[in-house]
Design a protein around this ligand. Structure first.
Ligand code: SF4
Ligand code: SF4
Length: 320
């Protein structure tokens, strides 16, 4: 795989500092039942990295001691972690809001038949990848058969109340462009998704988040091998909006990897750009929130993916 970091490091990005941390994004491991082209994690069925129970307990202690309000679970497919149910039940008991970044097809994998019900029973907010409402585009990016399995999973979630107007079970969908381009307008695209999915499949959801592809790992490597990395970086930089700097997600969240090391965000995690204290990577077991609040964020060229246009984060655009 080609590494984009040497080029990204040469690109200037304005310095930014963290505000205060309220969200912890936990990457439970790199195993996934899918192997998508745009994946910035390089996840797949053969990856074996996953968080140990010991690191999970350190993480829960950190959440409790530092009054973290929101935990965002990601991977790979976070639901494939053997402690997933233990984790979501423990967080529910701690009154922490939990977001599950779900690829949808995991809900109909053999052995995961009761997963959707467990998500519903524990009030887990589902943020689900659905990079297009057209079958051909989804299958091209995520693999053959993924679209129809995603539709089945969405129906299952709707039957449990997810995305329904009179329900507190939240189902948000994520769009990302097929390649080296910016997303269309989030609200207009949400209207198109809602109309199409309702009319064609009787599916409802709450919000659509448009997310800009970040040029790291598998997606970055693909850009490099197609000689598209430099034009893509030019596109992101030319669309940069200073006002997005105030709202980028690293200002109020931290990302933790499967080994318990701390990063400003999931993308820095994938580029192995950790937070450091002296020469050492910071680990969740030693982390004091005062070590990270109001401190400099590690930035490089990939950060323009967060500030281009209306901005981009795990929760969609920054400035509607
Ligand atoms: S993009 Fe998501 S679903 Fe696809 S391989 Fe990566 S982690 Fe898995
Ligand atoms: S990639 Fe985005 S979230 Fe990560 S450090 Fe850069 S600006 Fe912050």
């Amino acid at each position: 795989m080609l590494d984009t970091l040497p080029l990204l490091k040469k690109i200037y990005f304005p310095p930014i500092k963290r505000k205060n941390v309220t969200i912890l994004q936990i990457n439970l491991g790199y195993r996934c039942n899918q192997q998508c082209l745009h994946c910035h994690v390089n996840a797949g069925p053969k990856r074996t990295e996953e968080m140990s129970h010991r690191v999970l307990l350190h993480t829960l202690e950190f959440i409790k001691n530092n009054h973290i309000k929101v935990v965002d679970l990601t991977g790979g497919a976070p639901e494939m972690h053997p402690d997933f149910l233990f984790l979501i039940k423990t967080l529910k008991a701690m009154s922490v809001k939990v977001i599950d970044r779900c690829n949808l097809t995991i809900l109909n994998e053999p052995g995961y038949e009761s997963l959707a019900t467990s998500l519903a029973d524990n009030n887990i907010e589902v943020v689900a990848s659905m990079p297009c409402y057209l079958e051909e585009n989804v299958n091209k990016q995520r693999g053959n058969g993924v679209f129809i399995r995603s539709i089945e999973a969405l129906r299952q979630l709707n039957q449990l109340g997810y995305g329904q107007a009179d329900s507190s079970r939240v189902l948000n969908l994520v769009y990302n462009p097929q390649g080296a381009s910016l997303s269309p307008d989030q609200l207009s695209l949400e209207r198109d998704y809602k109309k199409f999915l309702l009319e064609k499949f009787d599916i409802v959801f709450n919000q659509l988040f448009t997310i800009t592809n970040v040029p790291v790992k598998r997606f970055g490597s693909m850009l490099m091998s197609n000689s598209e990395l430099i034009p893509y970086m030019d596109l992101l930089q030319s669309a940069h909006q200073n006002n997005n700097l105030e709202e980028v997600m690293c200002r109020y969240q931290l990302s933790i990897d499967w080994q318990g090391y701390i990063y400003d965000c999931d993308f820095n995690q994938m580029l192995d750009l950790p937070l450091k204290k002296q020469a050492q990577k910071l680990h969740i077991s030693q982390l004091n929130i005062k070590d990270v609040d109001n401190k400099d964020i590690v930035v490089a060229g990939h950060c323009y993916a967060c500030t281009a246009g209306k901005g981009s984060s795990c929760g969609g655009v920054l400035n509607e």
